[in-house]
Design a protein around this ligand. Structure first.
Ligand SMILES: [Zn+2]
Length: 221
């Protein structure tokens, strides 16, 4: 047991809570990013058709979806994921001594995203989602090594806050959950699934909602 601010905390429970928050947020990214990129393509094609129908000159007048909110948002999310992954990799590899080979995610093999100081998301939304999928899986597989790196805490919280914000905006992405639903104390069915919201302090707060009867469970319940 460790004392934190005078409160005794079980370190195993702390690690499990951290891991759950880490997995839940990163699990949202691939589908969320894919949905955001599809939105960019959708905006582009819809405008294209409208302009085309009204007459000539559509090529000159065709508005680019680059710079649209969905384009900007998805680029920011992608960039934050890459920066977090790069930082985590540097910290992890600081403890990997020769002759052991340094550990890198697949993302590091793509110079466009890893070495250049700019954001690259493939125009194909599915490709962006697939790349995010590989990257978030790598991070989750290295969760135990990332957990002790306190220097990443603030950035990680910012990344997770961004994920929660975009989930609210691009709600069509739905929610990815790896946990089994737990039993609802109101209706008795195994239907309570967890979600994360941003609390008053700006931090992630876990809540639950029963998919059968709609009962909501607030933090700590
Ligand atoms: Zn219920």
């Amino acid at each position: 047991m460790t004392a934190v601010d005078g409160v005794r905390v079980d370190p195993v429970a702390m690690w499990q809570a951290w891991r759950h928050e880490f997995e839940w947020h990163l699990d949202q990214v691939p589908l969320l990013l894919e949905t955001m990129r599809e939105h960019v393509v959708l905006v582009r094609s819809t405008r294209y058709d409208q302009v085309k129908i009204t007459g000539g000159g559509y090529v000159d007048n065709m508005p680019s979806a680059v710079g649209s909110p969905a384009d900007r948002d998805s680029n920011l999310l992608w960039a934050m994921l890459v920066v977090f992954t790069k930082s985590a990799t540097e910290w992890i590899n600081a403890e990997v001594l020769p002759p052991a080979a340094p550990i890198y995610p697949v993302l590091a093999q793509d110079r466009r995203t890893w070495l250049e100081d700019r954001v690259v998301v493939d125009p194909d939304g599915r490709t962006a989602g697939a790349r995010a999928d590989v990257t978030t899986k790598w991070l989750i597989a290295h969760a135990e090594r990332i957990y002790p790196i306190e220097a990443l805490d603030t950035y990680r919280e910012g990344l997770f806050r961004t994920i929660r914000r975009y989930r609210a905006i691009y709600s069509a992405a739905g929610t990815v959950r790896r946990d089994r639903p737990i039993t609802c104390r109101v209706c008795g069915q195994a239907g309570v699934l967890s979600d994360w919201i941003t609390g008053a302090d700006g931090r992630g707060t876990q809540i639950g909602r029963c998919k059968h009867c709609g009962e909501q469970y607030l933090p700590g319940e």
